[in-house]
Design a protein. Sequence first.
Length: 416
Amino acid sequence: MKAVVINSGCRLNQYESDALESGLRELQFHIPDNPGDADIVILNTCTVTNKADSGTRQLIRRLRRENPASRIVVTGCYATTDKNALLEMPEVDEVIANPQKSSLPSLLAGLTTSNDAFSYPVQKRRVRSRAYLKIQDGCNKQCSYCKIPQARGQAVSRSPADILAELEQLLLLGYSEIILTGVNIGSYRYAGLRFSGLLRQLATVPGNFFVRIGSIEPPHITPEIISLATTGKLAPFFHIPLQSGSAEILKKMKRGYTLSRFASIVGAIRRELPLAHIGTDLITGFPSETRQHHRETIHFLSEMQFANIHLFPYSRRTGTFSDEQLTKGIWKEVQSNAIKEQMSELQQIAAQSAENYVKASSEREWRGVAEECENDRQTIISENYVQIGLPCNPDLAGKLLTVRYNTEGKLIGFRL
């Protein structure tokens, strides 16, 4: 039997897709390179925006056209929040929600199995240059625009013993960079052990590797976490979602922190790690956002000088507080042309901020992991998340290197 897993969405989905593929291999499924050759197509979906949902439906229709005889199984976040809508699609054979996702390989093999958020098969072979490691799932926050708690449920944390065991397995496979992933990983708590305590345990594991925090909410960044990033085992990389630089909009988003608190966290990081990569996420066009709110965001961005800014136009999600406020007419939608204009302005700021960071962090040594070759080119992603191109050298893929780059982000040299 031939089966293939197609992933969309976040790092957490990627971890789970990799694990599902590993489980299928263990049960003697063959994994073809082309989904059109598969008997079973598993689609692991995202639902963070309307665009993601639309993209999933388009992909399902295309997969059916390309492989009419296949069995299409849809899982993931969109499958959890909108199961009935997917089942109404004639192209879909089966929908499996997130709580049952980890047992998919066994279910497809006709086996019975127990499952939970962390009972995914462990990798037995390398599948990429850098490894993802799931430590947490779910989220207890209720940000007014976010649908993900509907898809992932309440926050749950994985046992440190299981995390350490999988880390050691990943190191045996030769991984040099381990990316911690989950929905809200800074909220990690297991039998009294908090996220900083888990990081401290991971830092004691011997080996030539480093750990990267995928993303972390502002309130969860502590002095101890910042200090651990100075030791070499934790990458000097902090992706901290801001979402708005307007105090009024931030409050409407129900983010749970103030701009002054956010700024103090960034300041604390830079006092210890002046050249740390500090990136963020930003939503523009949030309901009732005015040009003044937009200008406030631009001003705050100029103060923060982020290394990287991920930009998103507001996406109205059914069942969220912002959707309710719009339906009641309490908040007003921002016109699409205004959102496009604001996105354009913010994209220019983001590009300049990234360029400034590369210049500031250049001409010094950083660790980095080489990606697989693609079209005779290769990329090294440094510990501070600068992507450096070089001609293809297959022997470097997955290796931990020491690199230097110039003010334009071009490679000066590297050594093993």
